[in-house]
Design a protein around this ligand. Structure first.
Ligand code: NG1
Ligand code: ZN
Length: 606
């Protein structure tokens, strides 16, 4: 009861905006920041419940990533450091959309029910006193009984429907032991948006409204840093920014020390120019730079300009033009772009005398990582110790979405790699990649990472120890060390622009490659992305990793007819998970053909 009144009291300080329907999409809740206070408060409650249920630390990040600065958002990091379990998403929707504080804890419906009956009784008395004849009084009484009965039945029905989604029942259904629960903890973080501070404070109040829960505000940090901290804390590892950087820098150093002799080191002296999207990455990259002696970085757009406006990974990937703060004088330089919360990374270089860039996207980063890991596994396989213990063959898998450029998928398959497609959204890619000993996943937009299974890491540790005693310093032992270092450098909780960037840099140095050499691995097929504003994006239903439209009927057939007109044509449409739009993607042999195909598919949606 005490818990109930605390909740109602606090929740009434955060009334939800009227007429807004929230949906926990591919990246949590995201909308205009002014509409989010009640939602973040309620997600705070959700995070606390998840922490109690799992007996572990849970994370809550306030960010709207690459969206405009006036937007904000909130998402939950599960104890593994990954996304909130999909099983809880309907609960997130229900709690965010509960119309008022009482309905969060299921009291309003009961009160409504009583109020209805009281009103009926009152009307009955008024009507009866106005009538003289006993037959009329009897008739009114019978009518009163009927009306009240049906009111009661319908209100109870609504009440029972409501029961499915609100707190009391969710707690029971999920077996969350509120009484005597061990202490629970939620780590909070936010990006640099001005609205973030207030929203974090609301989410902290939400989390601590569940008795026994502590909310630990980690301040301004990148989304991947928060995910990393959650994962680390639950593994008993120190979860601070310092320890994050220690781990990144130590493993980068290890990779650096394992660069094969005789490799050209031209790259080493070329600085990397990083567009930080005027977001949280700016400050963080400055911290990283201060501790990096082997890599020269020049950070631009570090926070003075408007967040994500004409800058950042999303802008560069979608528009394929030079971001703000870059120009012809950067011709030939190796450049990278982070997004607003630094979980996406793309590379690019500037084509002379124009605002056009050559994009080196998430697919190319994935390909670079896959080649490097494949090479190390190949070197290891040649080692006697590994041959002697060949009962275990680590399985390397690559996960992409339908947005991956067709040329990248073909190239990866030609390398003999297993390539799987999943629907858009990190939660799907991550889940699939976790099925492999080494699973590499990337979205074309630059969000991705590498996952190493515990079995693989144990095996690798043993091999490394064996090699240390028999052939220390050999190429085989270095290959084992490189893989171990990679598993430490890359953020295994979630895609991380900073750790991904250091791994790209280490691999380029390892092979002595320039960005041009890297980009030549394969030629992207020209592609076009469009979005069509729609009233109900849910009307479009897809299958086969979003490559086929199931509903409305007839659309897929029409897309097939259009696609067949273009050599190497590929085209699909899907409802966005973050905006009220249907996205269109088309690919073909020429840019003109890709544009035409995208336009004709967009007309089918309009
Ligand atoms: P939606 O709006 O569902 O397409 C976008 C990106 C996703 C992912 C999420 C989360 C594209 C085409 N889609 O999702 O890849 O990054 O945002 O931020 O880039
Ligand atoms: Zn992001």
């Amino acid at each position: 009861q005490q818990q109930r009144s605390i909740l109602i009291d606090l929740a009434s300080r955060f009334p939800p905006p009227s007429g807004v329907q929230f949906s926990y999409g591919t990246s949590g809740f995201r909308t205009d920041a002014s509409l989010l206070e009640s939602t973040v408060f309620r997600v705070g409650i959700l995070a606390a419940l998840r922490s109690i249920q799992t007996g572990s630390v849970v994370g809550l990040m306030v960010t709207a990533s690459h969206n405009v600065v006036s937007d904000n958002g909130v998402k939950v990091a599960d104890p593994s450091g990954g996304m909130l379990t999909q099983r809880w998403e309907p609960f997130a929707d229900a709690i965010a959309n509960a119309p008022d504080p009482h309905s969060l804890v299921q009291v309003k419906m009961l009160n409504d029910c009583n109020a209805f009956l009281f009103l009926d009784y009152h009307r009955f008395l008024v009507a009866v006193s106005a009538m003289g004849h006993p037959n009329q009084q009897r008739l009114v009484f019978v009518l009163f009984c009927f009306v009240s009965f049906f009111r009661f039945i319908s209100v109870s029905f609504i009440f029972n429907m409501g029961k499915e989604v609100l707190l009391d029942d969710f707690v029971k259904k999920e077996n969350i032991l509120l009484d005597g629960a061990p202490s629970s903890e939620v780590l909070l973080g936010r990006d640099t948006r001005p609205s973030g501070k207030l929203l974090v404070s609301a989410s902290a109040q939400g989390a601590t409204s569940i008795m026994g829960t502590t909310a630990n505000d980690m301040g301004i940090l990148t989304t991947p840093q928060l995910h990393w901290m959650v994962r680390s804390k639950n593994k008993g590892i120190e979860a601070t920014k310092n320890s994050y950087y220690d781990q990144l820098l130590m493993s980068y150093r290890l990779l650096f020390d394992c660069i094969p002799p005789g490799v050209s080191d031209n790259n080493m002296f070329e600085k990397l120019i990083v567009d930080c999207a005027d977001g949280v990455g700016g400050e963080e990259i400055e911290k990283l730079k201060a501790r990096l002696s082997d890599l020269k970085i020049e950070a631009r757009n570090i926070g003075a300009g408007v967040l994500n406006k004409g800058v950042g990974a999303d802008f560069v990937q979608k528009e394929k033009i030079v971001p703000r703060g870059f120009g012809p004088s950067d011709f030939g330089a190796r450049c990278a772009s982070l997004d607003g919360d630094a979980d996406r990374l793309v590379y690019f270089y500037i084509l002379s005398d124009s605002d056009k860039i050559k994009l080196v996207d998430g697919d190319k980063i994935l390909t670079l990582f896959a080649l490097f890991i494949k090479e190390q596994l190949g070197i290891l396989n040649g080692a006697e110790n590994v041959k002697a213990n060949n009962s275990y063959q680590p399985c390397l898998g690559v996960v992409q979405t339908a947005y991956a450029n067709g040329a990248s998928t073909d190239y990866l398959k030609q390398l003999g790699l297993e390539v799987v497609l999943t629907p858009t959204g990190v939660k799907y890619l991550h889940e699939k990649a976790a099925e492999y000993d080494i699973g590499i996943y990337f979205e074309a937009n630059g969000h991705g990472t590498i996952l190493f299974s515990e079995t693989f890491l144990c095996w690798l540790d043993t091999i490394n120890n064996d090699l240390l005693s028999t052939s220390r310093g050999s190429e085989q032992q270095k290959a084992a060390l490189r893989l171990l270092a990679t598993s430490k450098l890359i953020n295994q909780a979630v895609g991380d622009a900073l750790s991904g960037m250091l791994l790209v840099e280490a691999i380029l140095l390892h092979w002595g490659w320039s960005i041009f050499r890297w980009n030549e691995l394969y030629q992207d097929l020209p592609s076009r992305q469009l979005k069509v504003k729609v009233i109900d994006r849910a009307a479009v239903v897809t299958a086969n990793a979003e490559t086929l439209v199931v509903k409305p009927p007839g659309i897929q057939e029409a897309i097939d007819v259009e696609t067949a007109k273009y050599p190497k044509g590929r085209c699909f449409i899907r409802p966005s998970g973050t905006e009220d739009v249907v996205r269109v993607y088309a690919e073909a042999l020429t840019q003109e053909a890709a544009d035409d195909l995208a336009r004709s598919a967009a007309r089918l949606v309009d």
